[in-house]
Design a protein around this ligand. Structure first.
Ligand code: CU
Length: 446
């Protein structure tokens, strides 16, 4: 037992410290980061008291290895498919060339036994994630996801950088991953009955007293919104999908829709303190009760070198808040006789939208005509949220995923830089996406 563990007498369901480590599987060749990933079936140990699940993972671990790189480097990922079905990897949040986006639109799927090389520059610092864009409802539920951390030259100084990945999984009575499907699942999205943090049930997170940590919170759930709380203690929001925000924002809870990332700074705490990583109940139908995802215990004090400045970054507004939208993207859903339920964008499933010109400011209004929550995700480009139901958001940020409130509307602005090709936007509740709540569009040179 390390000195660190002495103050941490916490029994969790796994009974031991579970950490999602930064794995230096990087063969660094100058400005190139090379990673080999293998997607394969294998046992997924979610913790004591649970049968090992029939999981699918990258390199044998769920979440897959944390890929770490620096802004400006080129990432090379060689993916080998050892599954018995085709797959791809979508690099969620990355501003990469269209052919590297990992959807079935821009590349042939990678067949069992085949390999594909993804290669692209990393223009932005931030917390991103990777997952299949092929049979997502099944492949993500089985455990195929991982996180990519890109660091910039001017990061706040913290004592420790940690990634916390929120997921849930639906088990049947026998303790196996429940078969997918059914009208309820197609309608509500697949809501798990077991909550997972970094792929485990209620892991223990050990912190040193007196230290300040940066936590990168990533929600990879198929459909579950997270209302993050650290037993009600205050923390500071410092980043979102597209990296740092302008200044830290004090908070005691923060919503993290599926696919979204929030970066926070926590601590310092005192030795012996313990708290829970929770998702608070909310009025939405997805969160009727507060759930525990992990347990934090605070061990012996260590010196701190943390320095989180009050100005983190400058984000220039793309457009005034009252800019009229040039496009509406309307989410709707209705019962289907044959499929149980369909979801649409602008009146059609898998909508084909008009082209977008490089360099032409896009102000879009996302209109939610359903009484449900939908997280809107734009591939390949960051946007700024101008208004949510007519009001400016709490802070300015770069986003690729935003919560669109039930019967509400969100106005976003984005600037298509010179990366022509086929792109998409969709609801990131995976079952809604599969049921049609998505749109394709081309970015074209003027
Ligand atoms: Cu949705």
């Amino acid at each position: 037992m390390s000195a660190m563990s002495k103050g941490c007498h916490v029994k969790t369901q796994t009974g031991k410290s579970e950490e999602y480590q930064y794995t230096p599987l990087v063969a660094a060749g100058g400005r190139e980061v090379v990673v080999n990933l293998e997607a394969a079936a294998g046992a997924w140990d979610i913790g004591a008291g649970y049968r090992p699940l029939d999981g699918w993972s990258y390199n044998g671990v769920t979440p897959g290895p944390i890929i770490e790189a620096r802004q400006g480097e080129t990432l090379v990922v060689r993916l080998t498919n050892r599954l018995d079905e085709p797959t791809t990897i979508h690099w969620h949040g990355l501003r990469l060339p269209a052919p590297m986006d990992g959807t079935e639109n821009v590349q042939p799927t990678i067949s069992p036994g085949e390999q594909f090389e993804y290669r692209f520059a990393l223009p932005d610092a931030g917390t991103f994630w990777y997952h299949p864009h092929s049979n997502e409802t099944v492949q993500l539920e089985r455990g195929l996801y991982g996180v990519l951390v890109v660091r910039g030259p001017d990061e706040p100084v913290v004592d420790r950088d940690r990634v916390l990945v929120f997921d849930d999984v639906r088990l049947d009575r026998g303790g196996a991953i429940a078969k997918p499907g059914g009208v309820m699942e197609r309608h509500n999205g697949r809501l798990g009955n077991v909550r997972l943090l970094n792929g485990r049930v209620n892991p223990m997170i050990e912190m040193a007293a007196g230290q300040v940590e940066r936590w990168r919170l990533v929600n990879v759930s198929s459909a579950r919104y997270i209302n993050f709380s650290l037993s009600g203690l205050p923390f500071r929001i410092v980043g979102s999908d597209g990296g740092l925000i302008e200044s830290p924002v004090d908070a005691t809870e923060v919503r993290i829709p599926p696919a979204d990332r929030i970066e926070i700074v926590v601590g310092p705490f005192t030795e012996g303190q313990r708290m829970e990583v929770q998702s608070l109940r909310s009025d939405g139908f997805r969160s009727r009760r507060t759930a525990t995802y992990g347990t934090v215990c605070v061990g012996q004090a260590r010196a701190s070198v943390a320095n989180v400045p009050s100005q983190l970054r400058e984000i220039t507004p793309l457009a005034p808040l009252n800019t009229p939208p040039i496009r509406q993207v309307t989410f709707f859903g209705f019962p289907s006789l044959t499929r149980g339920w369909d979801f649409t964008v602008n009146g059609e499933t898998h909508h084909q939208g008009g082209p977008v010109r490089v360099g032409e400011l896009q102000v879009w209004e996302i209109v939610n005509r359903t009484p449900m929550d939908h997280p809107f995700h734009l591939h390949g480009f960051f946007f700024q949220v101008l208004t949510i139901n007519g009001k400016a958001p709490q802070y300015r940020s770069w986003e690729d995923t935003v919560h669109v409130p039930p019967l509400g509307r969100v106005k976003i602005a984005w600037l298509p830089d010179d990366r022509p090709g086929s792109w998409m936007a969709h609801c990131h509740i995976l079952e809604h996406h599969a049921a049609g709540m998505m749109m394709h569009f081309d970015v074209v040179r003027a």
